[in-house]
Design a protein around this ligand. Structure first.
Ligand code: GDP
Length: 451
């Protein structure tokens, strides 16, 4: 999970309230202190952290909370809402969302500094839409960096996406226009224009961006930014926004960078919608971003619709509605969990996939080792396979936890009783959150569109 450590610290702070005899102002202050420290260490701006703290205090008035109300829940909800506010740009991402329309050819222009991951992201973006049935094409209008065209060519070839560029032409606006015209004539419905960057913001870069934009009149301009710069992202995003009409932002390199939280909140503060995150160098290490879903996942509550997005690639289409239906009705059985594990194994990388499963936070996985995580999931699958049909189809965890049954399952699957218990523990988390998360993700609607 992007920002796994930050998420784990926040969820731990919240769940630590469970140990308090009474949840009073002092306990709340302690929880907030831990959350604020974690946010500051993720490079979130001091003012934004203070806003979050004050916001939670305003939402939770402990003396006035009705007796019998679950205070931990109320606080958790307040933290959730405040985190959403902090990461929400207030701009409507739907405005820049690509919608397939018959005969409509979209042109999308990418801008950003050199090294931000722009070229890599152009291909990831094209590949993302290709998997959804679009016909993308890539145009390299970067004449500034030597080797830019070769890089785009290489990426595009790997993704089997048509590309256009020139070794001779030096005017980026001319290349951009030629490329867009060519692909329009070829009937492509998504034409992506990669432009030059510079090492830092400078007049020449902004001038060039304007010329390219004038030549291709893009439907949307996407600004790509390196997330490892943390809160410095604020000034950079603002400068680009002022230079051209930035419609959306993609933040890259959020894998393993402690400052990612700072970058996300800083960009949101510039009121530009973040639409995707780059989470690695590979083509599919790219996630669509939606504030609520992201915060849900950050706090270990999964991201069912994100997972479904990925699962559509591997689960046969006719089985998807069935699976969603089962989960949304609360019939989360061991068999359903096994289906999920199998999809997750196929999708990889593990840490990313597992964090999308409701109820699995990074604590439940071996740290930083994909191979070990995979072995653990395979072990879980073997345990489920050694169950009787009745056991695999029950939703009653208590019967599965009987010692004799645990020992039998351990023997039958060549595992230890601890491993069986650990699977049951994971199942408990999963079944608790899956239905809840599915409802929050509005899946009945998705379900309809899938059927
Ligand atoms: P450009 O100069 O903006 O076009 O940047 P490139 O696309 O050439 O990327 C610069 C470097 O960042 C390359 O080594 C990429 O592989 C790497 N990169 C891009 N996106 C990501 C990401 O999300 N995570 C990581 N770890 N590396 C990335």
């Amino acid at each position: 999970m992007v920002l796994a450590e930050l998420g784990t610290r926040i969820s731990k702070a919240i769940s630590s309230m469970g140990q308090a005899m009474i949840i009073d102002e002092k306990v709340l202050d302690g929880v907030l202190k831990e959350i604020c420290t974690a946010l500051l260490q993720a490079d979130v701006n001091v003012k934004q952290v203070a806003n979050l703290r004050n916001g939670v205090k305003k939402r939770v008035n402990i003396p006035e909370l009705a007796a019998g109300l679950n205070k931990q829940r109320v606080i958790e909800k307040a933290v959730f809402d405040e985190l959403c506010d902090m990461l929400d740009s207030g701009a409507d991402p739907k405005k820049v969302e690509l919608k397939k329309e018959k005969g409509k050819q979209h042109t999308v222009m990418f801008v950003g500094l050199q090294g931000s991951g722009k070229t890599t992201t152009c291909t990831k973006y094209a590949y993302y839409y290709k998997k959804k049935g679009w016909k993308p094409a890539l145009v390299c209008a970067d004449t500034y960096r030597a080797g830019a065209f070769d890089q785009l060519k290489q990426n595009a070839t790997k993704a089997q996406i048509p590309f256009f560029g020139s070794y001779k032409e030096t005017d980026p606006a001319v290349i951009a226009e030629q490329g867009v015209n060519r692909f329009k004539a070829e009937g492509r419905d998504l034409i992506i224009v990669d432009t030059s960057g510079r090492h830092k913001q400078e007049a020449a870069l902004f001038e060039e961006m304007k010329q390219v934009a004038a030549a291709v009149t893009p439907d949307v301009i996407i600004f790509v930014m390196d997330g490892s710069i943390g809160q410095a992202a604020f000034d950079q995003a603002k400068a680009f926004k002022e230079a051209v009409e930035v419609g959306a932002v993609i933040i890259t390199k959020l894998d393993g960078h402690a400052k990612g939280g700072g970058a996300l909140s800083a960009v949101a503060a510039t009121k530009s919608p973040i639409i995707f995150l780059g989470t690695g160098e590979h083509m599919d290490q790219f996630e669509s971003f939606e504030t609520k879903r992201f915060v849900q996942r950050l706090l270990g509550k999964g991201d069912v619709s994100g997972l479904m997005d990925k699962i559509q690639d591997v689960i046969p289409e006719d089985k998807q509605p069935e699976l969603l239906d089962t989960i949304s009705k609360g019939n989360v059985t061991m068999r359903v969990l096994k289906d999920m594990f199998e999809s997750v194994l196929e999708l990889g990388p593990m840490s990313e996939m597992m964090s999308m499963l409701p109820g699995f936070n990074s604590d439940l996985l071996p740290k930083g080792n994909d191979k070990q995580s995979q072995m653990m999931i395979r072990r879980y699958i073997t345990i489920i396979e050694s169950m009787t049909d009745k056991e695999a189809d029950t939703t009653n965890i208590k019967t599965l936890q009987e010692t004799s049954r645990v020992n039998r399952l351990a023997r039958g699957s060549g595992s230890t009783p601890q491993q069986v218990l650990s699977l049951l523990e994971s199942y408990k988390h999963y079944s608790k959150y899956a239905t809840q998360a599915l409802k929050a993700a509005n899946l009945p609607k998705n379900l309809k569109s899938m059927k």
